[in-house]
Ligand binder design. Structure first.
Ligand code: GTP
Ligand code: MG
Ligand code: NA
Length: 343
Protein backbone atom coordinates (compact mmCIF):
# COMPACT_ATOMS: atom_id res chain seq x y z
CA UNK A 1 0.00 0.00 0.00
CA UNK A 2 1.11 3.51 -0.76
CA UNK A 3 2.56 4.92 2.45
CA UNK A 4 1.22 8.43 1.85
CA UNK A 5 -2.35 7.10 1.97
CA UNK A 6 -1.94 5.13 5.21
CA UNK A 7 -3.24 7.77 7.56
CA UNK A 8 -5.43 10.19 5.66
CA UNK A 9 -7.86 12.50 7.44
CA UNK A 10 -11.19 13.54 5.98
CA UNK A 11 -10.79 16.40 3.53
CA UNK A 12 -12.61 19.62 4.40
CA UNK A 13 -14.80 20.50 1.40
CA UNK A 14 -16.43 23.92 1.18
CA UNK A 15 -19.58 24.41 -0.87
CA UNK A 16 -19.73 27.92 -2.34
CA UNK A 17 -21.64 29.86 -4.95
CA UNK A 18 -24.26 32.48 -5.73
CA UNK A 19 -27.47 32.60 -3.69
CA UNK A 20 -30.08 29.93 -4.49
CA UNK A 21 -27.90 27.89 -6.84
CA UNK A 22 -28.73 24.82 -4.71
CA UNK A 23 -25.77 24.42 -2.31
CA UNK A 24 -27.87 23.36 0.68
CA UNK A 25 -30.21 21.26 -1.48
CA UNK A 26 -27.23 19.31 -2.84
CA UNK A 27 -26.16 18.55 0.74
CA UNK A 28 -29.74 17.64 1.65
CA UNK A 29 -29.77 15.15 -1.21
CA UNK A 30 -26.53 13.58 0.02
CA UNK A 31 -27.68 13.55 3.68
CA UNK A 32 -31.29 12.54 2.97
CA UNK A 33 -32.17 15.61 5.06
CA UNK A 34 -34.44 18.66 4.79
CA UNK A 35 -32.27 21.46 6.14
CA UNK A 36 -33.10 23.86 3.29
CA UNK A 37 -36.87 23.56 3.93
CA UNK A 38 -36.31 24.88 7.47
CA UNK A 39 -34.31 27.95 6.49
CA UNK A 40 -35.97 31.37 6.86
CA UNK A 41 -36.84 32.53 3.34
CA UNK A 42 -34.89 29.56 1.98
CA UNK A 43 -31.72 31.53 2.61
CA UNK A 44 -28.67 30.10 4.40
CA UNK A 45 -27.44 32.53 7.08
CA UNK A 46 -24.80 30.49 8.89
CA UNK A 47 -21.88 28.26 8.10
CA UNK A 48 -22.70 24.57 8.47
CA UNK A 49 -20.66 21.40 8.73
CA UNK A 50 -21.59 17.79 8.02
CA UNK A 51 -19.61 14.60 8.19
CA UNK A 52 -20.23 12.26 5.25
CA UNK A 53 -18.98 8.79 6.23
CA UNK A 54 -17.53 6.24 3.81
CA UNK A 55 -20.68 4.10 3.96
CA UNK A 56 -22.73 7.02 2.60
CA UNK A 57 -20.12 7.72 -0.08
CA UNK A 58 -20.24 4.07 -1.16
CA UNK A 59 -24.01 3.98 -1.27
CA UNK A 60 -24.27 7.19 -3.28
CA UNK A 61 -21.59 6.46 -5.84
CA UNK A 62 -22.76 2.96 -6.77
CA UNK A 63 -23.91 4.07 -10.22
CA UNK A 64 -20.66 5.81 -11.13
CA UNK A 65 -18.61 4.02 -13.79
CA UNK A 66 -14.93 3.47 -12.95
CA UNK A 67 -15.14 4.67 -9.37
CA UNK A 68 -12.00 3.59 -7.52
CA UNK A 69 -11.37 2.49 -3.97
CA UNK A 70 -12.12 4.98 -1.19
CA UNK A 71 -8.98 5.71 0.84
CA UNK A 72 -10.21 8.64 2.95
CA UNK A 73 -12.27 8.15 6.14
CA UNK A 74 -15.06 10.42 4.89
CA UNK A 75 -15.72 14.01 3.85
CA UNK A 76 -16.26 17.01 6.10
CA UNK A 77 -18.50 19.32 4.09
CA UNK A 78 -18.94 23.02 4.90
CA UNK A 79 -22.09 24.77 3.67
CA UNK A 80 -21.84 28.53 3.18
CA UNK A 81 -24.44 31.23 2.41
CA UNK A 82 -24.57 32.65 -1.10
CA UNK A 83 -26.42 35.87 -0.30
CA UNK A 84 -24.31 38.92 -1.12
CA UNK A 85 -24.38 40.27 2.44
CA UNK A 86 -22.57 37.20 3.84
CA UNK A 87 -19.22 37.68 2.17
CA UNK A 88 -17.49 37.38 5.57
CA UNK A 89 -19.08 33.97 6.17
CA UNK A 90 -18.01 32.74 2.73
CA UNK A 91 -14.50 33.87 3.45
CA UNK A 92 -14.47 32.22 6.89
CA UNK A 93 -16.07 28.98 5.67
CA UNK A 94 -13.62 28.56 2.83
CA UNK A 95 -10.53 29.72 4.70
CA UNK A 96 -9.17 26.33 5.74
CA UNK A 97 -10.80 24.02 3.25
CA UNK A 98 -8.85 21.54 1.18
CA UNK A 99 -11.09 21.69 -1.85
CA UNK A 100 -14.30 23.48 -2.83
CA UNK A 101 -17.42 22.68 -4.79
CA UNK A 102 -18.50 25.79 -6.68
CA UNK A 103 -22.21 25.50 -7.44
CA UNK A 104 -23.44 27.18 -10.64
CA UNK A 105 -27.08 27.20 -11.76
CA UNK A 106 -26.89 25.91 -15.34
CA UNK A 107 -29.85 28.12 -16.32
CA UNK A 108 -28.17 31.29 -14.94
CA UNK A 109 -24.47 30.73 -15.56
CA UNK A 110 -21.91 32.70 -13.56
CA UNK A 111 -23.41 35.32 -11.21
CA UNK A 112 -21.82 37.99 -8.98
CA UNK A 113 -21.19 35.77 -5.94
CA UNK A 114 -19.92 32.98 -8.22
CA UNK A 115 -17.20 35.38 -9.32
CA UNK A 116 -16.59 36.54 -5.75
CA UNK A 117 -16.23 32.89 -4.67
CA UNK A 118 -13.81 32.17 -7.53
CA UNK A 119 -11.66 35.08 -6.41
CA UNK A 120 -11.61 33.88 -2.80
CA UNK A 121 -10.61 30.38 -3.88
CA UNK A 122 -7.90 31.67 -6.18
CA UNK A 123 -6.42 33.90 -3.52
CA UNK A 124 -5.88 30.86 -1.32
CA UNK A 125 -5.01 28.57 -4.24
CA UNK A 126 -7.82 26.21 -3.27
CA UNK A 127 -8.64 23.66 -5.98
CA UNK A 128 -12.30 23.41 -6.88
CA UNK A 129 -14.73 21.55 -9.05
CA UNK A 130 -17.99 22.92 -10.40
CA UNK A 131 -21.44 21.46 -9.82
CA UNK A 132 -23.48 22.58 -12.83
CA UNK A 133 -26.74 22.30 -10.95
CA UNK A 134 -30.44 22.26 -11.85
CA UNK A 135 -30.05 20.21 -15.05
CA UNK A 136 -33.59 18.93 -14.40
CA UNK A 137 -34.76 22.36 -15.58
CA UNK A 138 -33.53 21.70 -19.12
CA UNK A 139 -36.49 21.31 -21.47
CA UNK A 140 -38.02 17.81 -21.12
CA UNK A 141 -35.13 16.47 -19.03
CA UNK A 142 -35.63 12.78 -18.23
CA UNK A 143 -34.23 11.95 -14.83
CA UNK A 144 -32.36 8.73 -14.15
CA UNK A 145 -30.55 9.18 -10.84
CA UNK A 146 -29.58 5.51 -10.56
CA UNK A 147 -27.37 5.76 -13.62
CA UNK A 148 -24.10 7.51 -14.32
CA UNK A 149 -25.01 11.05 -15.42
CA UNK A 150 -22.96 10.63 -18.60
CA UNK A 151 -25.34 7.85 -19.70
CA UNK A 152 -28.34 9.92 -18.61
CA UNK A 153 -27.25 12.85 -20.76
CA UNK A 154 -26.74 10.53 -23.74
CA UNK A 155 -30.28 9.20 -23.49
CA UNK A 156 -31.94 12.66 -23.62
CA UNK A 157 -33.85 13.82 -26.68
CA UNK A 158 -31.89 15.80 -29.24
CA UNK A 159 -33.32 19.21 -28.29
CA UNK A 160 -32.61 18.57 -24.60
CA UNK A 161 -29.02 17.64 -25.44
CA UNK A 162 -28.72 20.72 -27.64
CA UNK A 163 -29.99 23.00 -24.89
CA UNK A 164 -27.60 21.36 -22.44
CA UNK A 165 -24.63 21.87 -24.76
CA UNK A 166 -25.62 25.47 -25.43
CA UNK A 167 -25.76 26.25 -21.67
CA UNK A 168 -22.48 24.43 -21.08
CA UNK A 169 -20.77 26.39 -23.85
CA UNK A 170 -22.03 29.64 -22.37
CA UNK A 171 -20.68 28.78 -18.91
CA UNK A 172 -17.33 27.79 -20.44
CA UNK A 173 -17.12 31.21 -22.11
CA UNK A 174 -17.97 32.89 -18.80
CA UNK A 175 -15.22 30.94 -17.02
CA UNK A 176 -12.80 31.91 -19.78
CA UNK A 177 -13.69 35.56 -19.11
CA UNK A 178 -12.45 34.92 -15.57
CA UNK A 179 -9.25 33.43 -16.98
CA UNK A 180 -10.27 29.86 -16.15
CA UNK A 181 -10.38 26.78 -18.38
CA UNK A 182 -13.44 24.65 -17.67
CA UNK A 183 -14.61 21.37 -19.21
CA UNK A 184 -17.33 18.83 -18.53
CA UNK A 185 -15.85 16.30 -16.11
CA UNK A 186 -16.15 13.42 -18.54
CA UNK A 187 -14.22 15.32 -21.18
CA UNK A 188 -11.45 16.35 -18.80
CA UNK A 189 -8.36 14.16 -18.71
CA UNK A 190 -6.03 16.79 -17.24
CA UNK A 191 -7.26 17.94 -13.85
CA UNK A 192 -4.23 20.20 -13.32
CA UNK A 193 -5.08 22.33 -16.33
CA UNK A 194 -8.86 22.21 -16.57
CA UNK A 195 -11.59 22.74 -14.02
CA UNK A 196 -14.16 19.95 -14.12
CA UNK A 197 -17.87 20.67 -14.27
CA UNK A 198 -20.23 17.93 -13.11
CA UNK A 199 -23.85 18.24 -14.31
CA UNK A 200 -26.13 17.75 -11.27
CA UNK A 201 -29.67 18.05 -10.06
CA UNK A 202 -30.32 18.28 -6.34
CA UNK A 203 -34.00 17.68 -7.14
CA UNK A 204 -33.84 14.55 -9.30
CA UNK A 205 -30.52 13.32 -7.91
CA UNK A 206 -28.91 13.08 -11.35
CA UNK A 207 -25.14 13.50 -11.19
CA UNK A 208 -24.95 13.52 -7.40
CA UNK A 209 -22.94 10.29 -7.37
CA UNK A 210 -20.62 11.66 -10.03
CA UNK A 211 -20.07 14.81 -7.99
CA UNK A 212 -19.17 12.89 -4.83
CA UNK A 213 -16.99 10.47 -6.78
CA UNK A 214 -15.03 13.28 -8.39
CA UNK A 215 -14.49 15.06 -5.06
CA UNK A 216 -13.25 11.85 -3.43
CA UNK A 217 -11.01 10.91 -6.33
CA UNK A 218 -9.50 14.38 -6.74
CA UNK A 219 -8.74 14.50 -3.02
CA UNK A 220 -7.12 11.08 -3.01
CA UNK A 221 -4.95 11.68 -6.03
CA UNK A 222 -4.11 15.36 -6.03
CA UNK A 223 -4.29 16.16 -2.30
CA UNK A 224 -3.02 12.95 -0.69
CA UNK A 225 0.02 14.68 0.80
CA UNK A 226 -1.98 17.54 2.27
CA UNK A 227 -4.49 15.09 3.73
CA UNK A 228 -2.02 13.01 5.66
CA UNK A 229 -3.14 13.37 9.26
CA UNK A 230 -1.00 15.52 11.55
CA UNK A 231 -1.06 15.73 15.34
CA UNK A 232 -0.31 19.46 15.08
CA UNK A 233 -3.56 21.11 16.06
CA UNK A 234 -5.29 23.09 13.34
CA UNK A 235 -8.65 24.36 14.55
CA UNK A 236 -10.79 27.31 13.43
CA UNK A 237 -13.82 28.84 15.10
CA UNK A 238 -16.77 28.83 12.66
CA UNK A 239 -19.58 30.20 14.79
CA UNK A 240 -20.14 31.45 18.36
CA UNK A 241 -23.57 30.36 19.47
CA UNK A 242 -25.71 30.69 22.59
CA UNK A 243 -27.66 27.47 23.07
CA UNK A 244 -30.41 27.08 25.59
CA UNK A 245 -29.23 24.88 28.44
CA UNK A 246 -25.63 24.85 27.23
CA UNK A 247 -24.68 28.54 27.42
CA UNK A 248 -22.44 30.06 24.77
CA UNK A 249 -20.71 27.40 22.69
CA UNK A 250 -18.30 27.55 19.78
CA UNK A 251 -18.58 25.47 16.63
CA UNK A 252 -15.13 24.67 15.28
CA UNK A 253 -13.58 22.89 12.34
CA UNK A 254 -10.87 20.62 13.65
CA UNK A 255 -8.69 20.08 10.58
CA UNK A 256 -5.71 18.36 12.20
CA UNK A 257 -4.82 17.13 15.68
CA UNK A 258 -7.11 16.30 18.61
CA UNK A 259 -9.32 18.01 21.14
CA UNK A 260 -9.74 16.45 24.58
CA UNK A 261 -12.03 16.98 27.51
CA UNK A 262 -10.27 19.27 30.00
CA UNK A 263 -7.92 20.83 27.43
CA UNK A 264 -6.87 24.39 28.21
CA UNK A 265 -7.93 26.30 25.12
CA UNK A 266 -6.94 29.79 24.02
CA UNK A 267 -8.99 31.76 21.50
CA UNK A 268 -9.45 35.34 20.38
CA UNK A 269 -12.19 37.44 21.95
CA UNK A 270 -13.70 40.88 21.31
CA UNK A 271 -12.18 42.10 24.59
CA UNK A 272 -8.91 40.21 24.33
CA UNK A 273 -7.79 36.59 24.43
CA UNK A 274 -9.92 34.02 26.24
CA UNK A 275 -8.39 31.16 28.23
CA UNK A 276 -10.78 28.43 29.32
CA UNK A 277 -11.17 24.65 29.66
CA UNK A 278 -13.09 22.22 27.48
CA UNK A 279 -16.15 21.10 29.45
CA UNK A 280 -17.76 19.16 26.64
CA UNK A 281 -17.07 18.00 23.09
CA UNK A 282 -20.20 17.43 21.03
CA UNK A 283 -20.74 16.19 17.51
CA UNK A 284 -23.90 15.61 15.54
CA UNK A 285 -24.27 12.10 14.17
CA UNK A 286 -22.87 11.41 10.69
CA UNK A 287 -24.95 13.07 7.94
CA UNK A 288 -26.43 15.57 10.44
CA UNK A 289 -25.77 19.30 10.28
CA UNK A 290 -23.72 20.89 13.07
CA UNK A 291 -25.67 24.13 12.65
CA UNK A 292 -29.11 22.54 13.00
CA UNK A 293 -30.41 21.55 16.39
CA UNK A 294 -29.90 17.79 16.48
CA UNK A 295 -29.22 15.40 19.31
CA UNK A 296 -25.46 15.64 19.81
CA UNK A 297 -23.16 12.80 20.86
CA UNK A 298 -20.66 13.55 23.63
CA UNK A 299 -16.97 12.62 23.34
CA UNK A 300 -13.92 12.66 25.60
CA UNK A 301 -11.60 13.05 22.65
CA UNK A 302 -12.09 13.94 18.99
CA UNK A 303 -9.56 13.39 16.23
CA UNK A 304 -9.49 15.47 13.03
CA UNK A 305 -11.05 16.16 10.69
CA UNK A 306 -14.42 16.89 12.29
CA UNK A 307 -16.90 19.68 12.94
CA UNK A 308 -17.18 20.00 16.73
CA UNK A 309 -19.28 21.97 19.18
CA UNK A 310 -17.19 22.95 22.22
CA UNK A 311 -18.75 23.63 25.61
CA UNK A 312 -16.72 25.81 27.96
CA UNK A 313 -17.11 28.78 30.29
CA UNK A 314 -16.46 32.36 29.20
CA UNK A 315 -17.13 31.90 25.49
CA UNK A 316 -19.65 34.79 25.27
CA UNK A 317 -17.08 37.18 23.78
CA UNK A 318 -15.30 34.65 21.55
CA UNK A 319 -14.55 35.77 17.99
CA UNK A 320 -15.47 33.62 15.02
CA UNK A 321 -13.06 33.14 12.16
CA UNK A 322 -9.91 32.84 14.24
CA UNK A 323 -7.77 29.91 15.38
CA UNK A 324 -8.36 27.96 18.55
CA UNK A 325 -5.18 26.80 20.28
CA UNK A 326 -4.53 24.26 23.04
CA UNK A 327 -1.98 24.99 25.77
CA UNK A 328 -0.09 21.84 26.69
CA UNK A 329 1.69 23.53 29.62
CA UNK A 330 0.76 26.54 31.75
CA UNK A 331 3.86 28.48 30.72
CA UNK A 332 2.64 28.36 27.10
CA UNK A 333 -0.55 30.27 27.80
CA UNK A 334 0.88 33.80 27.56
CA UNK A 335 2.52 33.08 24.20
CA UNK A 336 -0.65 31.51 22.79
CA UNK A 337 -2.68 34.54 23.95
CA UNK A 338 -0.44 36.77 21.87
CA UNK A 339 -0.71 34.37 18.92
CA UNK A 340 -4.52 34.23 18.78
CA UNK A 341 -5.00 37.95 19.26
CA UNK A 342 -2.42 38.75 16.55
CA UNK A 343 -4.56 37.11 13.83
P1 GTP B 1 -28.22 30.06 -0.26
O1 GTP B 1 -27.58 29.18 0.75
O2 GTP B 1 -29.30 30.88 0.33
O3 GTP B 1 -27.22 30.85 -1.02
O4 GTP B 1 -28.95 29.12 -1.37
P2 GTP B 1 -28.45 27.68 -1.83
O5 GTP B 1 -27.40 27.83 -2.88
O6 GTP B 1 -28.13 26.84 -0.66
O7 GTP B 1 -29.72 27.11 -2.61
P3 GTP B 1 -30.91 26.27 -1.96
O8 GTP B 1 -30.45 24.91 -1.62
O9 GTP B 1 -31.50 27.09 -0.88
O10 GTP B 1 -31.89 26.16 -3.20
C1 GTP B 1 -32.48 27.34 -3.73
C2 GTP B 1 -33.73 26.99 -4.51
O11 GTP B 1 -33.39 26.24 -5.66
C3 GTP B 1 -34.70 26.11 -3.71
O12 GTP B 1 -36.01 26.50 -4.05
C4 GTP B 1 -34.41 24.74 -4.22
O13 GTP B 1 -35.50 23.86 -4.12
C5 GTP B 1 -34.05 25.00 -5.67
N1 GTP B 1 -33.10 24.01 -6.21
C6 GTP B 1 -31.94 23.62 -5.67
N2 GTP B 1 -31.36 22.69 -6.43
C7 GTP B 1 -32.19 22.48 -7.48
C8 GTP B 1 -32.15 21.62 -8.63
O14 GTP B 1 -31.21 20.84 -8.85
N3 GTP B 1 -33.18 21.71 -9.50
C9 GTP B 1 -34.23 22.57 -9.32
N4 GTP B 1 -35.19 22.58 -10.22
N5 GTP B 1 -34.30 23.38 -8.26
C10 GTP B 1 -33.30 23.34 -7.34
MG1 MG C 1 -27.93 27.33 1.33
NA1 NA D 1 -31.29 29.47 -0.71
Amino acid sequence: MNRSTDNLRSPVICVMGHVDTGKTKILDKIRHSHVQDGEAGGITQQIGATNIPVTAIQEQTKMVDDFKKILIPGLLVIDTPGHESFSNLRSRGSSNCDMAILVVDIMHGLEPQTVESINMLRKRKTPFIVALNKIDRLYEWKASPDRDVVATIKQQKKFTKDEFQEKVNHVIVQFAEQGLNAKLHYENDDLDTWISMVPTSAHSGDGMGNLIALVVQSCQTRLAKRLSYSENLQCTVLEVKAIQGLGTTVDVILTNGRLKYGNTIVLAGVEGPIVTHVKGLLMPQPLKELRVKNPYDKFNEIKAAQGVKILAKDLDKALAGTSLLVAKRDDEIEILKDDVQAE
